[in-house]
Design a protein. Structure first.
Length: 344
C-alpha cells in the first residue's frame, strides 16, 4: 500500500513551524537577560533582590549566546537583531572598556615591585598550611587577611609565616570583624575607617628595593564591607562610600579584601571613579580580564561563582600576574598580583 506524497503546502509549513518555535524559544531565553541588563544599565539604588541578582551579571552571556543561536536557526531578522544586541551588551560588560587602566608614568620613573595577596579566612577556618605554602611558593611580600582570629594567627605562626613575613599588624576577633596584615616591609598602623561593622584598618607600608635603593610608601586598606543582605543593605552602601573616601586621599593606595560587591554594582563602580585628584581607581582583577575567575563561593552547594574580593589601586600603580587560588577551609579564594609602586 502506498502513502500519498505530502502536499507542497505541508512541506512549506514544517520549516515555518520550526522557525516560529526557535524564535519563541530565543525570546524566552533572552527575557531574563533583558531584565538584568535593564537593572545593570541604570545606576540606581536598587532593592536588595536586584542588588543580589546583579552579582551574577557575567553569567548572562551564556543565555544571551544561546538565544542568538536559536534566533539564527529561527531566521527571524528582528529576533536576530534583538538577541545580537543583548549579547553585545553582555560582552561589553564582561570586558568593560571603562574598567580603569594604570596611567603611564613619565619615562625613567623608578618603581618598587611588590607581590601582594588577600584572603577572607571565613572566621579563621582557612587552612594555615595552605596559606603559608601560597606565600612561600609565590614570593608574597604583603598579605591581608579578613575574618582573622587568634586561632588562625597561632596556626600561621606554627606553620612559619612569621619567619617569611616578620612584620605584622593584627586585630584578631572570634567573629567576622578581625583583620591582619603581614609584611616583609615595615608597617605603621594608620587608623581605621569610621563607622563600619567590620574592621577596615589602614596601614602604611614602607616598601623598598634593596638592589636599586628605591623606596615607596603604600597606603593599604584591609577591606571588609558588610554583605548586602536584609536591612543591612544601607550599611553596605555606607561601607563602600567610606572606602571610596579613603581612596580619594592623596598618595599611593591599595585597597584589597572582601568588598562583598562586584563590578556590576553601580556602588562599586562609583567607588572606582573616586580616585585621588579626580583620577580613576583600577580594579586589578577586572583590568586583567578576570571577570570569570570567581572568588566566592568556594565551598558548599555548586553555584555560579562571583567576584566579590578585589584589589583596587590608585592609577599610578600598575599590576601584573593577577591570579585566584583556592584555600581549603575558606569559602573565599585568595587573590594575588604583583604591583609596581612609584618610588618617592
Amino acid at each position: 500500500m502506498t502513502h500519498p506524497a505530502p502536499s507542497m503546502m505541508e512541506t512549506r509549513r514544517a520549516p515555518r513551524r520550526a522557525s516560529v518555535v526557535c524564535s519563541v524559544l530565543a525570546l524566552l531565553a533572552v527575557l531574563p537577560v533583558a531584565g538584568v541588563s535593564m537593572f545593570r544599565a541604570i545606576p540606581a539604588e536598587w532593592p536588595l533582590v536586584v542588588v543580589q541578582l546583579l552579582s551574577f551579571t557575567p553569567w548572562m552571556v551564556l543565555p544571551a549566546a544561546f538565544a542568538l543561536m536559536l534566533a539564527v536557526v529561527g531566521r527571524r531578522r528582528w529576533v536576530i537583531i534583538a538577541t545580537s544586541a543583548l549579547l553585545a551588551v553582555q560582552l561589553f560588560w564582561l570586558f568593560p572598556m571603562d574598567a580603569g587602566k594604570p596611567e603611564a608614568l613619565p619615562a625613567g620613573t623608578p618603581t618598587v615591585a611588590l607581590k601582594v595577596m588577600s584572603l577572607n579566612s571565613e572566621y579563621g577556618e582557612a587552612d594555615a598550611a595552605a596559606i603559608v605554602k601560597l606565600v612561600r611558593d609565590n614570593g608574597v611580600q604583603l598579605l591581608a587577611i579578613q575574618e582573622h582570629t587568634q586561632g588562625l594567627e597561632d596556626r600561621l605562626e606554627y606553620e612559619g609565616l612569621d619567619r617569611m613575613l616578620p612584620n605584622r599588624v593584627s586585630e584578631p576577633h572570634d567573629d567576622a570583624s578581625g583583620g591582619a596584615v603581614y609584611s616583609v616591609f615595615p608597617l605603621e598602623p594608620n587608623g581605621l575607617l569610621p563607622d563600619t561593622p567590620f574592621r577596615n584598618d589602614v596601614t602604611r607600608v614602607l616598601v623598598s628595593n634593596p638592589g636599586s635603593g628605591s623606596k615607596a610608601t603604600l597606603n593599604l586598606t584591609n577591606v571588609h564591607a558588610l554583605p548586602p543582605v536584609d536591612e543591612r543593605i544601607d550599611q553596605w552602601r555606607s561601607d563602600l562610600v567610606k572606602i571610596a573616601r579613603q581612596a580619594s586621599s592623596p598618595g599611593n593606595h591599595l585597597l584589597m579584601g572582601d568588598y562583598n560587591s562586584t563590578y556590576d554594582h553601580s556602588e562599586f563602580r562609583a567607588l572606582l571613579a573616586d580616585g585621588p585628584q579626580g583620577t580613576k581607581l583600577v580594579d586589578v582583577g577586572t583590568a586583567s580580564g578576570a571577570r570569570f575567575s570567581p572568588t566566592w563561593p568556594m565551598e558548599g552547594p555548586p553555584l555560579p561563582g562571583i567576584v566579590i574580593d578585589h584589589m583596587v589601586t590608585s592609577s599610578r600603580i600598575s599590576s601584573s600576574g593577577y591570579a585566584v587560588h583556592r584555600v581549603p577551609g575558606s569559602d573565599h579564594a585568595a587573590i594575588m598580583a604583583t604591583l609596581a609602586v612609584p618610588a618617592g
